[in-house]
Design a protein around this ligand. Sequence first.
Ligand SMILES: [Zn+2]
Length: 60
Amino acid sequence: MPTCRICGSQAEHCTFVMREMMIGLRDEFSYFQCADCGCLQIVAVPADLARYYGEGVLQL
Ligand SMILES: [Zn+2]
């Protein structure tokens, strides 16, 4: 079970699979909603964020 990045909970979170639809790539991403604090967050941030945010993405 993923760890909540906000409160650190490792409870039985609800998980969801969603598809990228805004730019039409249709790539699937897994998200979970923390069972303790309710925060909805992606399970794993993709390494290639520029693929989804285009040339305007901030390089961290
Ligand atoms: Zn949480």
